[in-house]
Design a protein around this ligand. Structure first.
Ligand code: HEM
Length: 177
């Protein structure tokens, strides 16, 4: 489980979230472009393929998030925010999955169906909400943030140079380091 968490100062979940959010955002943009008639068949194909890619990227993203979530003390304020984040991301994933299943026929025909579009937009709304809550976990509660402002450059960029136990003030907020 520790392998899934990454190194102190370099957690694995955040970079994976960039991939998942970027791919789902591209999928949503392609769906809208297709519906607007911009290179309709090509953008419909890109929409559906990006949905599937996003679902694949979600597997490691969710696993690394889960590994961090399991270290949070239950019932704390941080836990409430992280659990709301989990719920938003899990629901968003279900909507994207349904969009891929319901929209498969449209993909084969080179169009984004009404159902596929609505489910994609719902997934994107939940993804945005979940991203906001993810921001609260990190930038408000400070989870996994070392905040070593004066750390010398050489140490700041060296892998495994830090321990989260030694981290300066702030950021523990119910999180077992
Ligand atoms: C597609 C799925 C998910 C996406 C896109 C996502 C996105 C995010 C984002 C944007 C952040 C803020 C970090 C940053 O700004 O770089 C974050 C943090 C976090 N997420 Fe997620 N998340 C996902 C799934 C999950 C799941 C399923 C869990 C828990 C079971 C989870 C737990 C956490 C935790 C604990 C943090 C704060 C610490 C850390 O960075 O690991 N996430 N997530």
């Amino acid at each position: 489980m520790d392998l899934l968490r990454g190194l102190p100062g370099h957690p694995l979940h955040p970079p994976l979230t960039d991939a998942a959010i970027g791919i789902y955002t591209a999928s949503t943009a392609f769906a809208l472009l297709s519906v607007l008639g911009v290179s309709e068949r090509n953008t419909a194909t890109a929409w559906w393929l990006a949905l599937v890619l996003g679902l694949v990227a979600t597997v490691p993203t969710a696993l690394t998030g889960l590994a961090d979530w399991l270290r949070i003390t239950r019932g704390t304020e941080l836990w409430k925010t992280a659990t709301a984040h989990l719920a938003a991301m899990a629901s968003g994933t279900v909507f994207f999955l349904l969009a891929a299943v319901v929209g498969h026929g449209g993909y084969v025909d080179g169009e984004v169906t009404g159902g596929g579009l609505v489910l994609t937009l719902a997934g994107f709304g939940l993804l945005t909400l979940g991203g906001w809550l993810g921001g609260s976990i990190v930038f408000v509660h400070g989870m996994r943030v070392l905040k070593l402002v004066d750390e010398p450059f050489e140490r700041a960029v060296t892998p495994a140079a830090h321990s989260e136990k030694r981290a300066a003030s702030g950021g523990s907020g119910g999180h077992r380091r």
